[in-house]
Design a protein around this ligand. Structure first.
Ligand code: ATP
Length: 474
């Protein structure tokens, strides 16, 4: 089944996964708020990444500040080069990223089965290196503005994606700082601090989770391209000459992580970069098949000693590893893994969403929407229901609810027929429902119902917590 972005968006709002930022004021483009269920799912994704990256002897974590010395972004190349090609239509005033405008045109041609033409323009795009190249592709292929239908284009210009702000009370050019557009630089500038204080030696890594900001020209596709987002990055510092084996190691590790999240493998693919940055030895993306097509969720990059060298040059400080025994010194090479937490969140939402026909029990069938999250990833682990709101069942149910809450995130629901309560939990992906009925009061047993199979077992209240725990990690 193909899920649409609209179905995901509407469920997100209705159930409290994600809301538009400042919605009561008409919203702010490219910014989203995580609601009660969304925040739990996002935390579970981040926790899973953090465990997989730092619960090992050779990687430690940090949490660097968002505002950094402005020279950092000169050294990293962001001030000079972190820009996208932008083009405006003079009639509609609509603004586009030139490469995206071309990509959308290629997609439209492909949808109309004009595959040869689509392939030819895709070939031109893969070779484009300058703004002039983008402009020529647009004009020569008569790509029209989707809004006005005209070809009334401006030139293609560079637009720097970094948000600027000022430190201190008086805004002046000297006080200019940037909101970080990636978390990686906070790791590079702390390379020596971490190596010395945590007594690490290459090969070792530094991991970080945090917000990043990019003034994207076009935000689109929900959480896929936003102006404020969260990243999970790790820089692995290694002796020069070992980059081939470590690149291979991390590309396998990262693929496995996506599999462990429960994302279906047929909707994941590896995409080696066509064009490599001049300093890069290798680069590969992991892509997910979103409802709008394939999109990058993670990049794995072999970056040589480029970043540390640039920071040495710009800061004047040595960023080397010195072997105390042999006195060997070198600037380590780096393998980087860079994944978007919020983009992964969107991939998880899209992948988990399913609609299916199920029997109602009275010979009919109905459609249920179900989020098939991995049980340990689900925002709510279990829901507790008294079958009816009398005869001592609510009291017994509340006691079980409070008890389970000590171990898991648990919901309590007393309203509506039991079938409807199951459906509500299915829709938000709660893997286990516990129902308290008349028998509970006489023999201390409850029913435990599993979301995907909808199978129910009866078990003693005393065994409930350990059974849920067992199934969570089965
Ligand atoms: P893209 O080509 O999609 O703009 P990128 O190659 O610039 O992405 P990186 O700089 O490698 O992305 O960032 C690493 C990860 O951060 C991406 O794989 C993505 O998951 C996430 N990311 C980057 N930009 C955004 C954004 N604007 N919104 C949400 N996530 C983002």
């Amino acid at each position: 089944m193909t899920t649409t972005i609209d179905a995901i968006l509407s469920l997100s709002k209705r159930k409290g996964f994600v809301f538009q930022s400042s919605e009561i004021y008409g919203g702010l483009n490219g910014c989203w708020d995580f609601g009660p269920l969304g925040v739990e799912l996002l935390r579970n994704i981040k926790e899973s990444w953090w465990r997989s990256m730092t619960y090992r002897t050779d990687v430690v974590g940090i949490d660097a500040s968002i505002l950094m010395h402005p020279r950092v972004w000169e050294a990293s190349g962001h001030v000079q080069q972190f820009s996208d090609p932008m083009i405006d239509n003079k009639t509609s005033k609509a603004r586009y990223r030139a490469d995206n405008l071309i990509e959308d045109h290629i997609q439209k041609l492909a949808n109309k089965n004009k595959t040869a033409q689509a392939a030819e323009i895709a070939e031109q795009l893969s070779k484009a290196e300058s703004n002039e190249d983008f402009y020529n592709i647009i004009v020569n292929n008569e790509i029209k503005d989707p809004v006005s239908g005209t070809m009334d284009w401006t030139e293609v210009r560079n637009f720097n994606l970094m948000f600027e702000t000022h430190v201190g009370p008086v805004a002046s050019a000297d006080d200019k700082v940037y909101l970080r557009p990636e978390t990686a630089q906070g790791i590079f500038v702390n390379f020596k601090n971490v190596m010395d204080s945590a007594r690490m030696k290459p090969p070792f890594g530094i991991a970080q989770i945090g917000k990043s900001f990019r003034n994207e020209i076009n935000t689109k596709n929900f959480l896929f391209r936003t102006r404020e987002f969260e990243q999970m990055e790790m820089q692995f510092f290694i002796p020069p000459g070992t980059e081939g084996e470590w690149f291979e190691y991390w590309r396998q590790e990262r693929w496995e992580w996506f599999r462990r999240l429960g994302i279906s493998e047929e909707r994941l693919r590896r995409k080696p970069h066509d064009k490599l940055a001049h300093y890069a030895a290798a680069a590969e993306d992991i892509e997910y098949l979103f409802p709008f097509g394939w999109g990058e969720v993670e990049g794995i990059h072999s970056r040589t000693d480029f970043d540390l060298n640039r920071h040495q040059e710009f800061s004047g400080k040595k960023l080397e590893y010195v072997d105390t025994a042999t006195k060997d010194r070198y600037v380590p090479y780096v393998i980087e893994t860079a994944v978007g937490a919020t983009r992964t969140f969107m991939a998880v939402l899209c992948d988990a969403y399913a609609e299916e026909e199920v029997p109602t029990g009275d010979g009919k069938v109905e459609t249920r929407a179900v989020m098939r999250f991995q049980p340990w990833l689900a925002p709510v682990t279990a829901a507790v229901f008294p079958l009816v709101n009398k005869d001592g069942m609510p009291e017994a149910a509340e006691a079980i609810y409070r008890d389970l809450q000590r171990s898991f995130r648990v919901d309590y629901d007393t309203s509506g027929a039991i079938g409807r309560r199951y459906r509500r939990q299915d829709e938000v992906g709660t893997p286990f429902c516990v129902t308290i009925d008349g028998e509970t009061l006489s023999d201390g047993t409850v029913t435990l119902r599993e979301r995907d199979s909808m199978q129910q077992i009866r078990l003693s209240v005393d065994a409930l917590e350990s059974e849920i725990r067992r199934r969570l990690h089965a």
